[in-house]
Ligand binder design. Structure first.
Ligand SMILES: Cc1cc2nc3c(=O)[nH]c(=O)nc-3n(C[C@H](O)[C@H](O)[C@H](O)COP(=O)(O)OP(=O)(O)OC[C@H]3O[C@@H](n4cnc5c(N)ncnc54)[C@H](O)[C@@H]3O)c2cc1C
Length: 520
């Protein structure tokens, strides 16, 4: 076997997977058919859940330094500012990162690439997967080398992080049902001034469409995303100058454009793979799902796919779990992709419809309703949990199990365990639990009861045990998160609750690890 895991594609999804496997000491090889990293900014909204994972990877501070925090979105209709949606306040108690970080995909890829180098990994550029043969004990991949020659390469598992036209998906004949949207998008990086509220997202709704202005790093630097005006739809080689009249017509004549460093047009599709696994091959990121950029979810969803698969592949590749554990990747991530497709599709249709009534709705009604709804704390919280991806749960997964019925408001099996500041030792200081818990291991948290001193034989040093002491600060945090006492939570490496219950029962935990996680 040449490696344990062959990762095809060094976009954000592949780089995340390579980092997660490498830091767990799992042999992997990452290839990409391009000559080097992409220079295009493409996606630029980094969500809170991604930043939490970046923190574990040690790249969050650099990301925060390079990016701009989007703290609010301003809604404009027919040249008038109709309202402002705060992006930060609602998430203040949910995540250490209660905002969208505006940071281009190229910067995200660079940070993950640098981290991979630091960990001892490297992308093999100019190397393309052209064929796959699945065997019982592994996969034989045909790789095209930089000089055009080919070689057979054996891996135990193949992760297809190879984008919307995924060779891994196609070679495994996994269907990719869905359809293209009729509209053509454009995206442009521009230096300009105008009515936009600085450092915030500005959404201009108009009768025939919309334009989004994202603040970028650098003075007066904006990323503009919109749909091409109908008159330009059939035109080849659309340049920024072609778009300027419609921008001025809608966002105001005060717009002053100084330069445009990048413009691209693209047609978007909404599709999800029928399966995320075929034997020893997996698809992740755009290879598994593509959808409209509404809500800035695309890149983030691929990164979460990789984070979900990595710890499972690591356990299986290290011989600590049976391959059956890997079935949970599709079971957990395919429903997330399908829900995302449905919600972005609804949102997208509403904001791009050419129908005159829809145009009127967009400019007269949507902006007002959205501003009003988003002034309600309850709506703000629901929106934050959805957009930030911190609200994603795997409650229906076979890996989620509750020994007892937990109170409805308490964290449930399958949920991302909440962000808390707790004292882990009597008399110690309150610590940020996300920072304190190493995500290459499982963690058992015991509240209002003692925890096993000797650890659990099946997990050995893969388990951290934390008996949380009674303390006024802890009590207040647990009350806020509605965590009952006594209770216990067994967290998976990705921070989701695997098993929970009232009274800690070592026998039941051992059965959970053997039967549901397939640990050996
Ligand atoms: C113009 C544009 C604007 C966008 N804007 C946004 C946005 O604002 N917000 C958002 O969330 N998303 C946006 N997206 C989507 C976002 O870019 C993707 O969701 C993201 O790139 C997915 O990452 P990925 O790693 O899964 O796939 P990709 O980034 O597509 O990476 C796949 C990699 O696989 C390599 N590869 C492909 N086939 C092979 C092969 N056979 N062998 C070896 N290597 C191979 C490719 O060279 C590529 O490097 C945009 C996309 C485009 C095109």
């Amino acid at each position: 076997m040449d490696t344990d895991i062959l990762i095809v594609g060094a976009g954000p999804t592949g780089l995340m997977l390579a980092n997660q496997l490498t830091r767990r000491g799992i042999r992997n090889v990452i290839i990409d058919r391009h000559a080097g990293p992409s220079r295009e900014t493409r996606a630029l909204g980094v969500q809170a859940r991604t930043l939490e994972i970046y923190e574990k990877l040690g790249i969050v501070y650099r990301a925060l330094e390079l990016g701009k925090r989007g703290t609010g979105a301003n809604l404009w209709a027919e040249g008038k500012r109709k309202g402002r949606v705060p992006l930060g306040d609602a998430g203040r108690m949910i995540s250490p990162y209660p905002f969208i970080l505006v940071l281009g995909q190229d910067d995200n890829e660079r940070l993950m690439g640098e981290k991979l180098t630091e960990l001892g990994g490297a992308v093999q550029w100019n190397t393309e997967l052209t064929a796959i043969e699945q065997r019982d004990d592994g996969v034989v991949a045909t790789l095209k080398n930089p000089d055009g020659s080919t070689r057979a390469f054996e891996a135990a598992w193949v992760a297809g992080c190879d984008g919307a036209r995924s060779a891994v998906r196609e070679l495994n004949r996994i269907e990719f049902p869905g359809a293209p949207y009729e509209h053509i998008f454009f995206v442009a990086d521009v230096v300009m001034t105008g009515t936009m509220v600085p450092d915030e997202v500005n959404v201009y709704l108009w009768r025939s469409g919309f334009h989004l202005f994202f603040p970028m790093r650098g003075d007066d630097h904006w990323r503009i995303v919109g749909i091409l005006p109908p008159a330009l739809r059939g035109k080849d080689g659309v340049g920024f100058d072609d778009i300027v009249p419609s921008l001025r017509g809608e966002a105001g004549t005060t717009l002053e454009f100084r330069s445009c460093s990048w413009i691209s047009t693209y047609r978007i599709h909404h599709r999800a793979a029928a399966h995320f696994r075929a034997g020893r091959c997996f698809v992740l990121g755009d290879a598994a799902h593509v959808h409209s950029p509404v809500g800035a979810q695309g890149m983030n969803t691929g990164l979460q796919d990789a984070y979900n698969l990595a710890w499972k592949l690591a356990l299986v590749a290290a011989g600590k779990a049976d391959a059956a554990l890997l079935d949970s990747y599709e079971a957990e991530r395919l429903p997330v992709a399908q829900r995302l497709l449905n919600s972005t599709d609804r949102g997208f249709k509403m904001i791009v419809s050419d129908n005159p009534v829809a145009g009127l709705m967009r400019t007269q009604v949507i902006a007002r309703i959205a501003s009003f709804a988003m002034s309600l704390k309850r709506v703000q919280l629901a929106a934050f949990l959805t957009v930030s991806q911190t609200g994603i749960n795997y409650r229906t997964s076979a890996l989620a199990f509750s020994l007892d019925r937990m109170p409805a408001a308490a964290p449930q099996a399958g949920d991302r365990f909440p962000w808390l500041k707790l004292k882990r030792r009597p008399g110690g200081a309150a610590e940020d639990l996300f920072q304190a818990l190493d995500d290459t291991r499982f963690h058992l948290l015991a509240f209002g009861q003692s925890a096993p001193r000797e650890g659990l034989p099946m997990l050995g040093d893969l388990l951290g045990i934390h008996a949380i002491p009674d303390d006024p600060i802890n009590d207040a945090e647990l009350a806020r998160a509605k965590i009952p006492s006594p209770s216990f939570y067994l967290l998976r490496p990705d921070g989701h609750v695997g098993l929970c219950g009232s009274s800690l029962d070592e026998g039941a935990i051992a059965r959970y690890l053997a039967d549901r996680l397939h640990l050996r």
